[in-house]
Write a protein that binds this ligand. Structure first.
Ligand code: FPP
Ligand code: MG
Length: 344
């Protein structure tokens, strides 16, 4: 069994409860809305962010097993037990909503092995289903305690995700974007929600220990960066079926991502000129792919990017040093490595 499957098994009951919440909280009385929403909500993602909420909560001493809690501690904590699952569902819904909109921006045809919403029903439906999911998120959050930090954390997070995506789109024609600029963009568009998943879990477990909350937030930021770098690499290297989405999508879009930004810094002037040319969406696709694959091979681009991603994963693991060495912490450490070694 892979380490990821072991982690899933460790928290299988929590993940089942979260699936129920996802379906219940997104149901609509209109059967078309329900179908379109479930098409993306049930669409076979890894549930990385819910896993992070649950593990971060558990490593900070939070019990998510409702029946045990109801016997030992009483009703108030039972409600908190549901809280972990609700927050896990909330972050997944924000993620799904962002992907629905991202696929409109990227004109992507396939996601999680299924047709994207705009392919199936057009841009209007896709944009509105993303908005609908956000409305559900707001409704799930307003039912919570007034002093709960989740609302503020998630408001800041979604703002940062939007800023990251806007700047990435704005800079899409800028061939000279620096690695530092790009790393900041991905820390916003991807890192913030992954970090927030960890922060929210930590708050549930031990809200008064700011060091624990901080450690898990830093962990999340680093695996978020590692995750996006690997996402960028897989777009060039992985099999489309395994990935559940079309490959070379970034190249086709002329989107500058980590491997291209690195390749540009190591190749010679002629290659740099050619790279700029193949990133133009008007260039023949087969020609662009052949050139980029040979360039990546020549300069060891994949290995370099995976090494950078592993460095971030190692920094993430190092942030956990002061947390108790219990199974959820081991699982978080394994998850950091999985983010780099994953093939989809
Ligand atoms: C995938 O990036 C997209 C994101 C990580 C963030 C998307 C954020 C927005 C659309 C901003 C709006 C936010 C909300 C909450 C509605 P990618 O295109 O690099 O990855 P991919 O290959 O999986 O598509
Ligand atoms: Mg995309």
């Amino acid at each position: 069994m892979s380490s990821f499957d072991q982690i899933v098994e460790l928290i299988a009951d929590d993940l089942s409860a979260i699936e129920v919440k996802l379906t219940e909280h997104t149901a609509s009385e209109y059967s078309f809305v329900d179908m379109a929403v479930q098409h993306v909500v049930e669409g076979g993602g890894k549930r990385l962010r819910p896993i992070l909420v649950v593990l971060s909560a558990k490593v900070c001493g939070y019990l998510t097993d409702n029946s045990r809690l109801s016997e030992s501690i009483g009703r108030r904590v039972v409600d908190q037990g549901n809280d972990a699952h609700t927050l896990a569902a909330v972050v997944e819904l924000i993620h799904v909503a962002s992907l629905v909109h991202d696929d409109v921006l990227d004109e992507a045809a396939i996601r999680r092995g299924r047709e994207t919403l705009q392919t199936k029903w057009g841009n209007k439906v896709a944009v509105l289903v993303g908005d609908y999911l956000h409305a559900r998120v707001l409704s799930m959050l307003v039912s919570r305690r007034a002093d709960d930090p989740a609302m503020a954390i998630l408001a800041d997070t979604t703002q940062a995700m939007c800023e990251g995506e806007v700047i990435h789109a704005y800079k899409s024609g800028d061939f000279d974007i620096s690695e530092a600029e790009y790393l900041k963009i991905i820390s916003f568009k991807t890192g913030k929600l992954i970090a927030a998943s960890c922060t929210l879990g930590a708050h549930l477990g031990n809200p008064t220990d700011t060091q624990q909350v901080e450690a898990l937030t830093i962990y999340g930021q680093h695996i978020g960066t590692a995750f996006q770098i690997v996402d960028d690499v897989l777009d060039f290297t992985e099999d489309a079926d395994k990935l559940g989405k079309n490959t070379f999508g970034d190249l086709r879009e002329g989107k500058l991502t980590f491997p291209i930004i690195y390749a540009r810094t190591v190749c010679d002037d002629d290659e740099k000129q050619m790279l700029e040319k193949v990133l133009n969406p008007n260039t023949d696709e087969a020609e662009a792919i052949t050139f980029v694959e040979a360039l990546f091979q020549r300069y060891g681009v994949e290995a370099h990017c995976l090494k950078v991603a592993q460095d971030y994963a190692d920094r993430a693991k190092a942030a956990l040093t002061d947390l108790p060495e219990i199974p959820p912490r081991i699982a978080l450490e394994q998850l950091a490595d999985y983010v780099v070694s994953r093939e989809s």
